[in-house]
Write a protein that binds this ligand. Structure first.
Ligand code: 2BA
Length: 109
């Protein structure tokens, strides 16, 4: 058995949820926050048999779309109090960031 952790954009989370249900894949959805953009994303926790991992990865890949987002860097203020002008920078986010981990034991009490 494997544990899949998939971090996707909130915009793709609903569709991914539906597609996993349609494929009879059990998942838990967490509301998470990206460390860099500090904005919301969604993490899926999926426990799955080894032979179904590729099917799940295909579903995640087909459902998750890369998007560009602008972020405003923090304003820099030096010791003299002068502030340096900063401009929004473009960041590409996702499709999906996926980790596949081995599972030692699985219990469902
Ligand atoms: P965030 O940390 O908010 O990052 C959003 C996007 O910002 C990233 O997209 C990446 O394109 C860019 N980015 C991140 N750190 C950067 C940096 N130091 N300098 C320049 N650009 C940077 P993705 O790579 O697609 O990541 C999407 C989200 O997936 C991340 O949101 C984070 O929540 C998660 N993630 C990505 N890599 C991870 C990792 N190695 N471990 C844990 N979570 C990860």
């Amino acid at each position: 058995m494997k544990l899949i952790l998939a971090i996707v954009q909130d915009k793709d989370a609903g569709t991914l949820s539906n597609n996993l249900v349609d494929a009879n894949v059990q998942a838990t959805k967490l509301s998470t926050t990206g460390g860099f953009l500090k904005s919301g994303n969604t993490t899926f926790i999926i426990g799955i048999e080894d032979e179904r991992v590729d099917d799940v990865l295909t579903i995640i890949k087909e459902t998750s779309h890369a998007r560009e987002q602008f972020m405003a860097p923090p304003v820099n203020i030096d010791v003299t109090g002068d502030s340096a002008m900063s401009y929004p920078i473009e960041v590409q986010i996702g499709g999906a960031t996926v980790f596949v981990l081995p599972v030692d034991q699985f219990h469902h009490f």
